[in-house]
Design a protein around this ligand. Structure first.
Ligand SMILES: *[C@@H]1O[C@H](CO)[C@@H](O)[C@H](O)[C@H]1NC(C)=O
Length: 302
């Protein structure tokens, strides 16, 4: 396995739930939150973002080149690929983890038992920008008190673009026990070790015989409904790619491009008839890195 640099924020997040309740004693419940119109907007915004963000084509192609059974078009390091990795048949998708990283039994109760051969994050792996306190009840909380800018406006959007918060939030999701159990299923032998120094390389069949892949959406981007104007966007992008276990050398990390990419599973030899090909091509697009700003008249609620 490729050695990785330790990542700021991925170490030492233990006792997640205890720490969480200590740090965020007034965290609001999902029930309370759904009463807020803002949350509904946020939910639908995320959903629309996911649909736009990811054009997913799962197509068997006869035009395949001979190649490794999982191949990434944008230059995935293929040196570690084993000669006979698992065939990919059942591809699972998911998005929108609980914003407050509450316990996530869905991993062990539903996702692992469904035995996915591959997993694709469709966005909002972690919510980096949401306040965890109820700002109407605690207006003096630092995360509710900021000067309005083009991306942060009080009280609920003060954390937009805050890299320090983002690192903590991302580490919490990566280290949440349910997700670790999931990673141990997808990447046997790595679920417990991945903190040291980093999550397992999700696209490497030798590390994760069941690949863990994906793309961010706005909350992973650190800015609700955010766009290309995000300051420090390379840092935010790499924070996400760190969480995904993207190799340090990946072109997805380049400062001048987004994280769009594609993968091929079960590559068929050239000339294989469609009926016999088990090849799956997965196309991931990036709906944030290049995204234009909204027109002025719709940029603010008020
Ligand atoms: C918000 O912060 C400013 C500057 O630190 C402070 O003067 C103000 O009292 C704070 N507002 C609230 C509601 O706590």
């Amino acid at each position: 396995m490729m050695e990785r640099q330790p990542l700021n924020g991925f170490d030492g997040v233990e006792g997640l739930d205890d720490e969480f309740s200590l740090v965020y004693p007034s965290a609001i419940s999902l029930k309370e939150r759904t009463q807020q119109q803002r949350y509904q907007k946020l939910f639908w915004g995320s959903l629309a973002g996911n649909v736009v963000a990811l054009v997913l084509a799962v197509v068997a192609l006869v035009f395949a080149l001979l190649g490794s059974p999982i191949e990434q078009q944008t230059g995935l390091d293929s040196k570690n690929q084993p000669s006979s990795p698992r065939e990919i048949s059942r591809v699972a998708f998911g998005s929108c983890s609980a914003y407050d990283v509450r316990p996530q039994p869905i991993w062990e109760n539903a996702i692992i038992p469904s035995a996915p051969d591959a997993w694709v994050w469709l966005g909002d792996f972690a919510y980096l920008d949401d306040t965890l306190v109820r700002c109407s009840a605690t207006p003096s909380a630092p995360e509710c008190n900021c000067t309005a800018t083009f991306m942060s406006y009080p009280p609920n959007q003060c954390l937009a673009g805050n890299l320090d918060t983002a690192r903590v939030r991302m580490a919490r999701q990566v280290n949440s026990p349910g997700y670790r159990a999931f990673l141990e299923y997808m990447c046997p032998g790595h679920g417990d070790k991945f903190l040291h120094p980093a999550p397992p390389q999700g696209s490497s069949p030798s590390v994760c015989p069941r690949p863990v892949l994906g793309v961010y959406d706005d909350h992973d981007w650190g800015w609700n409904n955010g766009n290309r104007r995000l300051p420090h966007k390379t840092e935010f992008k790499n924070l996400y790619l760190d969480a995904l276990g993207e190799p340090a050398s990946s072109p997805r990390r380049n400062a001048n491009n987004g994280i769009q990419t594609s993968y091929s599973f079960n590559q068929s030899p050239k000339g294989t008839p469609t009926s016999e090909s088990k090849q799956i091509d997965l196309f991931i697009t990036d709906g944030r890195f290049y995204r234009d700003t909204l027109p002025c008249q719709v940029r603010r609620n008020s």
